[in-house]
Design a protein around this ligand. Structure first.
Ligand code: G1P
Length: 304
């Protein structure tokens, strides 16, 4: 049954990026600028996420936005005035940087209206996605392009059908910040079967140390479930709760699997993590890294 479903799957081509959050943790920077536009080194955080989707073969990107998110649309669109000024100066490098974000993917936008939670944001994508499996990428998690996670998740979804979440082992004192999965082993080292999910459990109630990091490949049956999912943690409609229903009854929409990620992940969700992400990424850049690393070394040894 599952094997048959697998064969009839269309190729996954759509990515959904929820981006309606208010970004209150970064006020006042986010008073008039979406948090997704905050630079990580010299690129807005959201561009890393779109680039990751494109690198995994997803060239149709739907952003779920809200009020005050117009700069996101502008960033992924042409800017003729700027382009012609750079062209006149013969500044080809910067011109390429400006054009890169508008050439990346076919971008679509839908507004969430009421911010009723991540599950609700994903539900807003239903008319665009239709009856296909699709990916969801959360902007607070950046995955290093050298450690391709999404491609692997798509492979696993194509193999097993149903839905796939990205999991990472975290310390017990961190688990209350994430969705947490109860899992069983499969024959494959990096793949587990998810038998249950709970959103942001207390440490004592967590079924494992596997946290959901912000990548999902979902079957379209998630939409039907989300339509009837009651508000959960924080009074919000939680994607984790809808996935729990899938995990509890495979007949509804196929199994839920987890891909266990051991690569480099940069969290930009709060100010401390955001600063750490910038420092790590700046250190690794070929152009900025050498100078920045040597400055950082002397700063740490001499000033801290
Ligand atoms: C969301 C999800 C949570 C997941 C996390 C990953 O929570 O609800 O299950 O573990 O993203 O970053 P948020 O961090 O948006 O509160």
């Amino acid at each position: 049954m599952v094997a048959h479903m697998t064969q009839s799957h269309p190729r996954i081509s759509k990515a959904v990026i929820p981006a309606a959050g208010l970004g209150t943790r970064f006020l006042p920077a986010t008073k008039a600028t979406p948090k997704e536009m905050l630079p990580v080194v010299d690129k807005p955080a959201i561009q890393y996420v779109v680039e990751e989707a494109v690198a995994a073969g997803l060239d149709d990107v739907l952003m779920v936005t809200g009020r005050n998110k117009r700069p996101l649309e502008d960033h992924f669109d042409r800017n003729y005035e700027l382009e012609s000024a750079l062209e006149k100066k013969g500044d080809v490098d910067r011109l390429a940087k400006v054009r890169q974000s508008s050439d990346l993917a076919t971008m679509h936008y839908v507004r969430q209206g009421d911010p009723k939670g991540l599950g609700h944001a994903v539900l807003c994508a239903a008319p665009h996605v239709g009856q296909e499996p699709f990916a969801v990428l959360l902007g607070d998690d950046l995955i290093d392009p050298r450690d391709p996670l999404l491609k692997r998740m798509i492979e696993v979804q194509e193999q097993h059908g149903g839905s796939v979440v990205a999991l990472m082992e975290v310390a017990p004192e961190q688990i209350h910040l994430y969705g947490c999965a109860a899992v069983e082993g499969t024959g494959e080292a990096d793949v587990v079967k998810v038998t249950g999910l709970v959103e942001k459990p207390d440490r004592a109630d967590a079924p494992s140390s596997y946290a959901i990091i912000g990548r999902y490949v979902l079957g379209p049956s998630i939409f039907g479930i989300l339509r009837t999912t009651e508000p959960g943690r924080g009074g919000e409609i939680q994607l984790t709760d809808a996935l729990q229903q899938l995990a509890a009854d495979e007949k509804v929409g196929g199994p839920v699997h987890g891909v266990v990620f051991k690569g480099r992940r940069y969290d930009t969700g709060d100010r401390g993590d955001y600063l750490r992400a910038i420092v790590r990424l700046a250190c690794e850049r070929e152009d900025l890294g050498p100078d920045f690393r040597s400055w950082l070394r002397s700063y740490v040894t001499e000033e801290l």
